[in-house]
Design a binder for this molecule. Structure first.
Ligand code: CU
Length: 103
């Protein structure tokens, strides 16, 4: 009887804590002329870090911010304090598009 109560409680805790929790931060790889994943969702105050895996130079350009040109292996991080949807591109290859959703 007690064990079944504990199991039910455990199931409740798991079901309440798992649905769509926004991650504190996210990693995006720039690879094969794509942002992977192209869309990340983070919590307000979280940081996204991009890593260029391609041999050619890319950057990350938002309306209000732009990374330096990134060579292979280089990283750029940006912290998002306000909830919203933030679109970005690679300015060198404008068909490369990505999106950060801040909850
Ligand atoms: Cu690029």
């Amino acid at each position: 009887m007690k064990l079944s109560c504990i199991l039910i409680l455990a199931a409740l805790v798991i079901s309440f804590s798992s649905p769509a929790l926004a991650a504190a931060g996210a990693q995006v790889q720039i690879k094969d002329y794509k942002f992977q994943p192209a869309q990340v969702t983070i919590a307000s105050g979280g940081t996204v870090t991009w890593t260029n895996m391609d041999s050619i130079v890319h950057d990350v350009k938002f309306k209000d911010a732009e990374s330096p040109e990134m060579k292979k292996g280089e990283q750029y991080s940006k912290t998002f304090d306000k909830p919203g949807t933030y679109d970005y591109i690679c300015e060198i290859h404008p068909y490369m598009k990505g999106q950060v959703i801040v909850k």
